[in-house]
Design a protein around this ligand. Structure first.
Ligand code: GS8
Length: 221
């Protein structure tokens, strides 16, 4: 592999966390070996590389594992620092970017899951909370093209994979995210014009199909 680097990604198709890593590697132009995991039957390699959480994504760089998607994206940014910086250079701006990426982790995944996994009042509350969170993100985006400003950055990488899940949230919740957050959807479409994003994100219809199968498996109707 170029430069003697060996980069392997343990991933799973529908994972927004795995997609983050693919986007970051794409931004940096890093060649890597992609290994699809069956999360119902995890490989010995995954269990060895992430013995604590036993979750994907795992980036294996020259034989050494790095776990947790946001930590992996920061690692990638630090190792391949010559091209497409993702985190800003000023410590304050870096802290702000980390704050919003953490907000995405704490809020968006959970609201989305509650939309497809529940019904009635619980689902309505999750829809409202998701929209409120996305509006806060819209406020942070402001009039900038990207969360990173003029260029695509860390918060963009953290959030954009959720866009492929919007269709699933909308179908289950019978609502339109674009009707509530048009600027955020414009931002997502802008991101999709980048090859690193369009080649890394899953097909929204396949995600929807995946969630229908997952619900059957989990006994949720
Ligand atoms: C989340 C990874 C995760 O949930 C990160 O990398 O940012 N905080 C972590 N991975 C899931 C697949 S995506 O829903 C996973 O590997 N699940 C397997 C399991 O829980 O057994």
């Amino acid at each position: 592999m170029a430069g003697g680097e060996e980069v392997v990604l343990l991933d799973s198709y529908a994972s927004m966390f795995g997609m983050r890593v693919k986007v970051a590697l794409g931004e940096k132009g890093i060649q890597y070996v992609h290994k699809e995991e069956d999360l119902k039957n995890k490989s010995p390699l995954l269990l060895e590389m992430n013995p604590v959480h036993k979750k994907i994504p795992v980036l294996i760089h020259n034989g050494k594992p790095v776990c947790e998607s946001l930590i992996i994206v920061q690692y990638i940014d630090e190792v391949w620092k010559d091209k497409s910086p993702l985190l800003p250079s000023h410590p304050y701006n870096r802290a702000q970017a980390r704050f919003w990426a953490d907000f995405v982790d704490k809020k968006i995944y959970d609201c989305g899951r509650r939309i497809w996994a529940t019904k009635g009042e619980e689902q309505e509350a999750a829809k409202k909370e998701l929209i409120d969170c996305l509006k806060l993100l819209e406020g942070e985006l402001g009039d900038k093209p990207f969360f990173g400003g003029e260029s695509f950055g860390f918060v963009d990488v953290a959030l954009i994979p959720f866009y492929t899940w919007f269709y699933t949230y909308e179908k289950h919740g019978n609502f339109s995210i674009e009707a509530h957050c048009p600027k955020l959807v414009e931002w997502a479409k802008r991101c999709m014009q980048k090859d690193s994003v369009s080649t890394s994100l899953a097909d929204p219809h396949k995600i929807h199909e995946f969630v229908i199968q997952l619900k059957k498996r989990l006994g949720i109707d």
